[in-house]
Design a protein. Structure first.
Length: 451
């Protein structure tokens, strides 16, 4: 029996060696070849820190650490765990039971590269026999970095069928505030996303109480036919399309109802304070070569109405009645309704057909905001003083942070004459009315209609 004991000991030693041997086999010698082949496929530089083969504690698997893609590490993968089906290694198609990716980071530049990779895969011959088939893919701790903002960290799971084709993909942020389910439908993908108490990761940085997005996507575009949101006490319902076949393009429209302006006005400037309930029908579009240029290329046009609010930082009635040559720079204008038409493009804003209704005050006019946040335009204020109703034209100047209202030359001249002839107060009001009438007849320039 001693020989049997010796045989069992020898077998045990061989088994221990067989299990431990992979830990002593270095696969790093293959790194240059792998980097070269993957770089040629993606047309981007690829670097890998280490590759390790192991059989414990899981099934035999390969761990790849420190993958970076792009000239400035536009895509980074902390660790990739690949578990193959060993029996498939002898067949024409190698089966990968699972790929687990930890700490994936994508930058804006990486997002711009992905559509071109998708086109490259789509252009391949469908008759070509696949060399690899993957059964499942999981992401943990993934992050999309937009520069000033980011999406994530999130986890994702991609389920694949027996042919290696995706059945569905589920994306969930680790805080549970956002989730999206994507399912193939012939040559398209059905998109169903929802969020609660979620902050939009790109500008404008909106906070949604609730958000639902449904639509259909292809390798070239996405048609989001249902966009429904609750935010800042109101709602926004509409649709949008995004395409990236030649360049990135965004088009859409919304119906906004009863949104509190005080929450969204600071997005224009930290010193901008407008209160009231906004209702509007914005139509927007943008076309750019890359994702980081899309917001700068955005063009928005919308009629709007704000009810029961105030313009903080400017007092139209005070500016129209005091007629201070150097202008008025403080106070507030309360109103029952503020309405108009807004066009936003090239970083500037044009407010036309403005109308303000506020008790004894009414006003109309046009105001422009330059990309440098400089104000210009004209406000015609209809005010009542000492029983006299006067139409007082006012120039708009200053900046968004420090708006300025000052009387026009005709208004000042008329007010001065009225004061001399009839005295302060009554004479000033009558003079301002005459000055405003004269300027409206002879001096006011017609506002050019936007093309």
């Amino acid at each position: 029996m001693k020989w049997l004991k010796r045989v069992l000991i020898a077998l045990a030693v061989l088994l221990v060696v067989a299990v431990a041997l992979p830990f002593f086999i270095s696969l790093n010698d293959y790194i240059p070849r792998i980097e070269k082949e993957v770089s040629a496929r993606l047309k981007e530089p690829v670097s890998i820190k280490s590759i390790k083969f192991a059989s414990l504690p899981l099934l035999p698997h390969i761990t790849v650490n420190g993958i970076a893609i792009g000239t400035s590490d536009d895509i980074r993968l902390g660790k990739v765990l690949v578990t193959p089906d060993l029996f498939s290694l002898l067949k024409s198609t190698t089966v990968i039971k699972s790929i687990e990716i930890d700490s994936l980071t994508l930058t804006r530049k990486a997002i711009n590269m992905i559509p071109s990779w998708a086109k490259s895969d789509a252009a391949k011959s469908p008759q070509q026999s696949p060399q690899f088939r993957v059964e499942s893919i999981r992401f943990t701790n993934a992050l999309v970095n937009f520069g000033k903002a980011s999406f994530g960290p999130f986890d994702a799971r991609i389920s694949l069928d027996s042919e290696g084709e995706p059945e569905d993909a589920l994306i969930t942020t680790q805080d549970g505030k956002f989730k999206a389910l994507i399912k193939p439908d012939n040559s398209k993908y059905l998109v169903n996303a929802s969020a609660k108490s979620w902050t939009l990761p790109v500008e404008p940085v909106l906070v949604f109480d609730e958000l639902v997005i449904k639509g259909v996507a292809t390798l070239n575009d996405a048609n989001l036919s249902e966009v429904s949101a609750k935010l800042y006490g109101g709602t926004a319902i509409g649709k949008m399309t995004i395409s990236w076949q030649k360049e990135l393009r965004l088009d859409g429209n919304l119906d906004v109802t009863q949104v509190e302006m005080q929450k969204i006005a600071p997005m224009l400037s930290s010193q901008t304070h407008v209160s009231g309930k906004l209702s509007a029908k914005p139509i927007f579009s943008a076309s750019a070569a890359s994702a980081d240029q899309l917001m700068n290329a955005l063009r928005l046009e919308m009629p709007f109405k704000v009810q029961n609010g105030a313009l903080h930082g400017v007092d139209i009635q005070k500016a129209a009645t005091n007629l201070i040559k150097q202008g008025t720079t403080s106070g507030e204008t309360r109103f029952e309704q503020l309405s108009g038409h807004l066009i936003m493009e090239h970083g500037g804003y044009r407010f036309t057909q403005l109308e303000i209704v506020s008790g004894a005050l009414s006003a109309d006019g046009n105001v422009n905001i330059s990309p440098k946040k400089e104000l210009s335009g004209r406000i015609n204020a209809q005010v009542t003083a000492v029983g006299i109703s006067a139409n007082v034209p006012l120039n708009v100047g200053g900046t968004v942070d420090a708006p300025l209202l000052y009387p026009t030359g005709g208004t000042m001249a008329g007010a001065a004459i009225g004061t001399v002839i009839l005295g302060p107060g009554f004479g000033t009001s009558v003079g301002a009315k005459v000055g405003g009438w004269a300027e409206g007849l002879f001096g006011k320039k017609k506002e050019k209609k936007p093309k």
